[in-house]
Design a protein around this ligand. Structure first.
Ligand SMILES: C[S@@+](CC[C@H](N)C(=O)[O-])C[C@H]1O[C@@H](n2cnc3c(N)ncnc32)[C@H](O)[C@@H]1O
Length: 403
């Protein structure tokens, strides 16, 4: 079948990014559009010399005008999605011990060559996000493909509440697309049991990207007093409990998330006596903790992104600096700090500098013990820096000798 797609030609200067593996072309990188493609239409992309670069999603309302699909074969069908999803699944089979982990990211958008598509698996249920206009129109094909690759699925839920959809001109909504989704799904991560509620949980139900970093907490938590800041459903706190922490304080501003954290402690049979759940703003909590002379041996910081745009970078830097300043004040001498940033616009070196500067001000020498990132079921394309967002550092924070 010959399909009559609109043709988008890229400016000469920008094609080199595509040649290096970039899968996006921005609005200012388009030289010409032949035809009248509508939001979400498939188009053919050409370089300035007329060479065919394959099919792409097109969206005239988005700054990301073109998302390359890395195929020349039209039309885009359920088989196209099934091939890519199968490939992603084969990779997860190598990365993940499914006996100990029944929740994971199956598809991470461009990183799995499915631009804009996120699929998270929670036992036999899939939570999907469609972050590109073109995907919305192919929702039926995506569902069919998922069921081809994972025939045991019992439900597919669209968690289409991300603000990134607004940049595409897409509405925000959530709904069960296929089958049914129970209110509570008990899943394993690192052999710990977590109660997941896809509809009411933040993100697609759980912060799966910290899976490998959480294991590092197990190495250091034994017999220590642990403070898990921005605990959400207790992801780090539970790993601390599994390792035999002496006491655990879990702080989050979301009461529903903390209620699930509490439930997760029960699910794993951990004693609740040594765990304190505090619903509070972490900044306020740390200030008050300092006033009352409290200290912890291991502090975990995993805040939400402090910036989603370049314009907010200075404010985000101030936010990270203040957070670390407050945390160092309640960290025991020679304590351990595990700190994360999921702000894409704050890169690893800048984040490290912020922590280092605050450590110096607090009179601490930092020993960097581990430098982590998003877990490998969220692969990173070096050609697309946009796919790398999570930074994780683990430090021993030595007290400077008195002068
Ligand atoms: C990135 S998530 C943390 C994920 C969690 N550490 C885990 O392992 O799953 C950020 C959390 O911070 C919470 N939060 C956001 N702003 C906060 C604040 N100012 N004080 C306390 N919690 C906050 C959110 O409710 C959310 O649970």
């Amino acid at each position: 079948m010959v399909l009559d797609y609109a043709v988008v030609t890229l400016k000469p200067h920008f094609e080199r990014f595509i040649r290096k593996g970039q899968l996006w072309a921005y609005d200012n990188e388009v030289e010409a559009v032949e035809g009248d493609p509508q939001p979400g239409d498939i188009v053919r992309v050409r370089n300035y010399a007329g060479k065919d670069l394959g099919l792409a999603f097109y969206n005239p309302h988005s700054k990301i005008r073109i998302r390359l699909l890395l195929t020349h074969t039209a039309p885009i069908t359920a088989d196209f999605f099934a091939d890519r999803i199968r490939n992603a699944y084969l990779l997860r089979q190598q990365l993940i011990d499914f006996q100990q982990n029944t929740m994971y990211r199956l598809v991470f958008s461009e990183s799995d060559f499915l631009p804009g598509l996120v699929v998270d698996i929670f036992d036999r249920y899939a939570a999907i996000q469609m972050l590109a206009y073109g995907l919305e129109r192919l929702s039926a094909e995506i569902q069919e493909a998922l069921l081809q690759v994972l025939p045991d699925l019992r439900g597919i839920y669209a968690k289409n509440d991300s603000v990134l959809r607004q940049k595409e001109g897409l509405p925000l909504y959530e709904e069960t697309l296929w089958g049914s989704i129970p209110e509570e799904i008990v899943c394993l991560e690192n052999n710990l049991r977590f109660c997941i509620n896809i509809a009411s949980g933040q993100k697609t139900g759980f912060f799966l990207d910290q899976k490998t970093n959480r294991l590092w907490i197990q190495k250091f938590a034994r017999d220590r007093a642990v403070l898990d800041c921005f605990s959400n459903q207790g992801g780090f706190a539970l790993n601390a409990a599994a390792a035999g922490a002496r006491s655990i304080t879990a702080v989050d501003s979301s009461a529903p998330a903390l209620a699930i954290a509490q439930r997760n402690f029960e699910l794993n049979g951990f004693s609740k006596q040594a765990v304190e759940f505090v619903c509070d703003d972490v900044f306020d909590f740390l200030l008050e903790a300092k006033r009352s002379g409290r200290h912890w041996d291991l502090i975990i910081l995993d805040p939400p992104a402090f910036t989603k745009s370049k314009e907010q970078i200075p404010a985000a830097i101030r936010g990270y600096a203040r957070l670390h300043r407050l945390a160092f004040r309640v960290l025991a001498p020679d304590g351990i700090l595990a700190t994360s940033s999921c702000s894409y616009h704050i890169d690893e070196e800048r984040f490290l500098r912020i922590v280092q500067e605050e450590a110096l001000r607090a009179g601490r020498f930092l020993q960097l013990l581990y430098r982590g990132q998003q877990s490998p079921d969220h692969p990173i394309l070096p050609a697309m820096p946009q796919t790398k967002y999570l930074k994780f550092f683990l430090f021993r924070c030595l007290q400077s000798p008195a002068e």
